[in-house]
Design a protein around this ligand. Structure first.
Ligand SMILES: *Cc1c(COP(=O)(O)O)cnc(C)c1O
Length: 360
């Protein structure tokens, strides 16, 4: 059976042009051809990240850098801000790295309250905070600017931010907000196949990393910086992905970032309007809803898995039936990447055609 087009929030649909770009020739990574390729993506990525710092290219999924950030930066204790599958898991990962960790836990779907972060950090002893900007499992988008401002009130505390499903869908201005690590995988908002992640580290973060013992090699921030200065990576990178990334960056710049943000806002609004038309409620409260996906509460009278299967089998579109402990209780639809009002409309037509058959 043909594979469905992915409207699940990651991995997402990849454009044929991206796949084509990924078929470039294999080149040695310790040579001028690679250095040129590496350098060519920097200005665009810096513009998207809102930074004058380098954007490191890391061959692993996002979790590599999520774990690596703790191994590089947490010397005393990390505060994990938890409210969904990814943010909750980060706390467990901190523990499994042998780090001292505490968390602020909010109900899944709810945002983190910056005042709670201030109160917790005021207790002292923390040197790092982890924040998932856009909790892909719940569709809740935290207020990055407010939380970053709170963390900045504490001199020695560094803010590590996961923008896996928000990077390039909404602005995440690294320098302006004073973020210390911004990271993302490429298979969500950037619309590449999985296998590569990107990150930016502040000067403060680099200084901290340099003094952290046992930070290992593969995700060593100091190695990334040293190699970056030569337009290179510490170890052999996923070169096809970097060709693909170059194609994506060029497409994003050609569209214009403001236009790209506006397109995501419009497709997301269309998704929320469609959902409201059917009485589907967003899990996240108004004002904190993601711009790159929707996460909706499954009504009691809906056979969710039957509906999802029918849409996949009869129309070739795949939406997601919930993640982690809210699997089945919620469903998620992505508008990340290359989707337009027209392609979202094609999905809505398919969803609408099948829906009456699965409402009891
Ligand atoms: C998907 C996702 C991750 C995990 O990414 P991997 O690529 O599986 O390592 C982390 N955080 C968020 C917010 C995600 O959506």
């Amino acid at each position: 059976m043909a594979k469905p087009k992915l409207f699940s929030p990651g991995p997402i649909d990849v454009a044929p042009e991206t796949y084509a770009a990924m078929c470039g020739p294999t080149i040695g990574h310790r040579g001028a051809d690679f250095e040129e390729l590496y350098a060519s993506v920097q200005p665009g990525l810096q513009e998207i990240a809102g930074t004058s710092r380098g954007v490191f290219l890391n061959t692993s999924s996002a979790w590599g850098i999520m774990e690596g950030s703790l191994r590089n930066l947490t010397q005393k204790k990390v505060l994990n801000l938890c409210g969904g599958a990814f943010s909750d898991k980060w706390y467990g990962v901190a523990k499994s790295c042998g780090k001292e960790a505490e968390k602020i836990q909010v109900e899944w779907g709810q945002p983190i309250d910056p005042a709670d972060v201030r109160a917790k950090l005021s207790e002292g002893g923390f040197d790092t905070v982890t924040l998932v900007h856009n909790e892909t499992s719940t569709g809740c988008m935290n207020n990055l600017a407010e939380i970053a401002a709170v963390v900045r009130e504490f001199d020695d505390v560094l803010l590590i931010t996961d923008t896996v499903s928000s990077f390039s869908a909404v602005p995440t201005p690294f320098d302006e907000l004073g973020i210390d690590v911004l990271l993302c995988g490429v298979q969500k908002a950037l619309a590449l196949p999985p296998g590569l992640s990107l990150f930016v580290a502040s000067e403060r973060a680099q200084a901290r990393a340099a003094t952290t013992p046992d930070r290992g090699y593969y995700f060593d921030f100091v190695e990334f910086q040293t190699n970056h200065e030569k337009n290179n990576t510490p170890s052999t990178p996923a070169i096809p992905h970097i060709y693909g990334l170059k194609e994506r960056v060029d497409v994003m710049l050609a569209e214009g970032l403001e236009n790209r943000y506006a397109r995501h806002a419009a497709t997301n609004q269309a998704l929320l309007d469609w959902a409201a038309g059917h009485g589907f409620e967003s899990l996240a409260p108004e004002g904190f809803r993601s711009k790159s996906l929707g996460c909706f509460v499954t009504p009691d009278d809906l056979d969710l898995s039957g509906w999802i299967k029918a849409v996949r089998n009869n129309h070739g579109f795949l939406i997601n039936g919930g993640y982690g402990k809210i699997k089945g209780k919620t469903f998620r639809i992505s508008n990340m990447g290359n989707e337009t009002l027209e392609t979202m409309q094609e999905l809505f037509v398919a969803l609408d055609e099948e829906l009456p058959k699965f409402r009891k």
